[in-house]
Design a protein. Structure first.
Length: 216
């Protein structure tokens, strides 16, 4: 488990790693107060469809809702010291505060990497179905996510491997719910998304490493 530590506090001048903000990041801070508000971030997200359009296409969610979800995820991700670590460990005061321009720049740098862009997409998918925001897809939320597989426009429409929904749900829990708690964490959902069509049936599931690291 990666501990977030005191990521909500301002680093001291003696130990801070200075991240130079680009013109792009500085332009988002329209009131020039050194922080990026949700309103400022929403305007940036609106102009960058690459951060939300795939969510609409793949999950059939209204574009305006996708923009809200992407803004919510970006607002949180910008404050995570290690961008591949869990956001569920962030203290409430960190979740609520506005990210600094430097923190936003770090997020932009991550999004410009293919793995960062993909992780952001995965996080928006997770956030779209984690309705209560507790960091897990509980049984009813998992049901809502699985409905995507059965939509008329789904890439899995007509796939002979697609079983009945109840069977698919059990397959996913059996093969991807690594801690056996009956719900799906972000990392577990990410494994499902990365598995693609092979997640539909047990025998096609790719081998998983023993003792996977668990992020709570």
């Amino acid at each position: 488990i990666i501990t977030m530590g005191n990521c909500g506090a301002r680093p001291s001048s003696s130990s801070a790693v200075v991240v130079k903000a680009s013109k792009e990041a500085l332009a988002v801070d329209t009131d020039q107060d050194g922080r990026v508000s949700k309103e400022e971030l929403a305007k940036y997200i609106d102009k960058h469809a690459e951060l939300w359009a795939m969510l609409s296409v793949n999950c059939g969610i209204d574009e305006s809702e996708c923009r809200k979800i992407a803004t919510h995820v970006a607002f949180r991700m910008a404050k995570v010291k290690h961008l591949r670590s869990s956001m569920t460990t962030l203290p409430q005061q960190v979740l609520d505060r506005e990210p600094t321009v430097q923190e936003f720049q770090t997020l932009l740098d991550w999004l410009n990497e293919p793995r960062g862009n993909l992780e952001f997409f995965h996080r928006t998918v997770f956030s779209a179905f984690d309705k209560n925001g507790n960091g897990y897809l509980e049984p009813d939320e998992l049901d809502a996510f699985l409905d995507v597989y059965y939509q008329a426009g789904s890439i899995f429409a007509g796939d002979v491997r697609l079983p009945e929904k109840a069977t698919l749900k059990q397959n996913l829990l059996d093969n991807f719910d690594t801690d056996g708690d009956g719900q799906i964490s972000f990392r577990e959902l990410q494994s499902i998304l990365q598995a693609g069509g092979s997640a539909l049936v047990t025998e096609d599931r790719p081998p998983q490493p023993e003792g996977p690291a668990k992020l709570k």
